[in-house]
Write a protein that binds this ligand. Structure first.
Ligand code: MG
Length: 217
């Protein structure tokens, strides 16, 4: 069973929800339009890895992109969670990667098909350890970054989210219901680009947590 680590302890993972197009500059860099409601897709739990496992790229893609994102871990589920109650349902915050086979995704978009093949391969959902939510004063004031081989490729701040963490929790709980153990990727800022075998990735979430990943053949 898939699990994450929160404050040094293992917890099981239920669903993996992801939000797309949640930062304007990233929406623009891919030539997409800003959505009126959060764009939601899912990943299988078999896609999840932590720092103890390497990233492996699927053989059917030549263009796997990193998307560095704030990741939420839900501690208390619910339906129709009000925005003002939303943060109390979050047990932990982490930093992660929504890896995306961009070439495959482009083909799927043209055909009007789901994104699963582009977003759901093993290691496509990389997460750090999670820090307890009690250590985060304001989830809309978190800076984060991704460096690849020592060069910063993505730098973001959650204050630039189009849909806030509370809105995302409200939306997902209303349409789908949230469960204890759900993991939520909250969208990437600009700077997405291609990964290659041998790349060393370093992700930092504010002054809270950092994590390294390596891309292996
Ligand atoms: Mg993403």
């Amino acid at each position: 069973m898939a699990s994450i680590t929160l404050d040094g302890q293992a917890f099981s993972v239920a669903n993996i929800f992801c939000i797309g197009r949640n930062y304007a500059a990233h929406v623009a860099e891919l030539g997409n339009v800003v959505e009126e409601e959060p764009l939601v897709f899912l990943k299988p739990t078999s896609a999840l890895i932590d720092e103890n496992h390497p990233i492996t790229l699927p053989a059917y893609s030549q263009d796997v992109h990193h998307e560095c994102e704030l990741v939420l871990y839900i501690g208390k589920g619910g339906r129709h969670i009000a925005e003002q109650d939303a943060l109390s349902h979050i047990a932990g915050y982490g930093i992660g990667l929504d890896l995306t086979a961009r070439d495959v995704q482009s083909e799927l978009k043209k055909k009007g098909q789901p994104w699963t093949k582009a977003k759901g391969f093993p290691s496509a959902a990389c997460v750090s350890e999670f820090v307890p939510a009690t250590r985060v004063n304001d989830p809309q004031q978190l800076s984060f970054s991704l460096a690849v081989n020592g060069e910063v490729r993505q730098r973001g701040n959650t204050e630039l989210m189009l849909f806030s963490v509370a809105k995302i929790v409200h939306h997902l709980s209303t349409l789908y219901g949230l469960s204890e153990g759900d993991v939520i990727f909250t969208g990437t800022p600009e700077g997405v680009s291609r990964l290659q075998v041998g790349d060393h990735l370093y992700l930092v979430l504010d002054n809270l947590i950092d994590v390294r990943f390596e891309v292996q053949a």
